[in-house]
Design a protein around this ligand. Structure first.
Ligand code: HEM
Length: 268
């Protein structure tokens, strides 16, 4: 009998020790996940914007200092008012429409969706109510903006695997599209989880608290960010967005800032 008792005691100790190690393990995992969440959502965002600003300034200075173009870039016949034609060329992409209407269609829906997306992200800052003159839910488009972007990005990516675009593409073209695709995919997943599937533990109010606190350099992650089962989507979304923001000034996406001035040069 004492043997039995001793045996039970030994067993109990073993069970207790495995329970402790499980709890300890869980705790360690939790701490690890929380640390990664914090690093991606706070210091990495600041680092991304720092690299963006410094990179952007360097790129603009480099262009400014480059030798002037010896010949004119102007196209003829001249049309007036020149600035209106420059805007027309920048926003309606007439040359692309003439040569490749399918590409033009996907580029147009991509850029319109991007505009709505920028408005959505700006509204994640408390007090940014400019666009609420027409009352709407934060993130216009009921989740379809993300879906549109995904479809357009898949087209732009697969187009690069087919000739003749394939021969004209460089690795950066693929990296960039894949990076934007991953960012958009996880952003959309969060939006769909919240709106379409009812997983609303993280609300726009929580996002506003988080982003506004970053803006004023008093970082705060609302409890929902640690407690929600799908906060990993937020972490992945912001992780890929950070990479995208860091890469931006060194990539061809800088064209977005130079399109209007370039078209103004072309129109004279
Ligand atoms: C650090 C920068 C960024 C942060 C903190 C951020 C944060 C967020 C948040 C909180 C949402 C809301 C999700 C929801 O509705 O539940 C969201 C949605 C989204 N984000 Fe971002 N984001 C960032 C950058 C970007 C970038 C650079 C892109 C695209 C290139 C992007 C694409 C999207 C998309 C597509 C959605 C879903 C919109 C919809 O379907 O209506 N985000 N983002």
């Amino acid at each position: 009998m004492p043997d039995q008792v001793r045996h039970d005691g030994k067993q109990n100790n073993q069970i207790l020790s495995s329970v402790f190690s499980l709890v300890k393990g869980k705790r360690a995992e939790e701490v690890l996940v929380q640390t990664i969440t914090y690093i991606v959502l706070v210091p990495m965002v600041y680092l991304a914007f720092l690299i963006f600003v410094v990179g952007f300034i360097c790129r603009v200075v480099k262009i400014w200092r480059a030798p002037k173009q010896p010949t004119t870039l102007q196209i003829f016949p001249e049309k007036r008012p020149k600035w209106l034609w420059a805007l027309h060329d920048s926003f309606l992409l007439p040359t692309v429409r003439r040569h490749n209407p399918v590409l033009w269609f996907f580029l147009m829906i991509f850029h319109v969706a991007l505009l709505l997306l920028i408005i959505g992200h700006l509204e994640l800052f408390k007090g940014f109510t400019f666009f609420q003159f027409w009352e709407h839910e934060i993130f216009l488009g009921k989740g379809f903006v993300g879906l549109t972007l995904i479809i357009a990005l898949l087209y732009l990516l697969f187009r690069r695997f087919a000739s003749p675009t394939r021969e004209l593409s460089i690795p950066e073209d693929y990296y960039l599209l894949i990076l934007i695709f991953l960012t958009v995919l996880f952003g959309s997943q969060m939006d769909w989880a919240r709106r379409w599937y009812g997983y609303a533990e993280m609300s726009p109010g929580d996002y506003q608290t988080y982003l506004t606190s970053l803006l004023f350099f008093r970082p705060e992650l609302p409890p929902a960010v640690y407690q929600s089962g799908h906060s990993f989507m937020l972490v992945l979304h912001v992780f890929f967005a950070n990479l995208f923001i860091m890469f931006f000034p060194f990539s061809k996406i800088m064209h977005s800032f130079f399109t209007i001035p370039m078209n103004k040069l072309r129109r004279g």
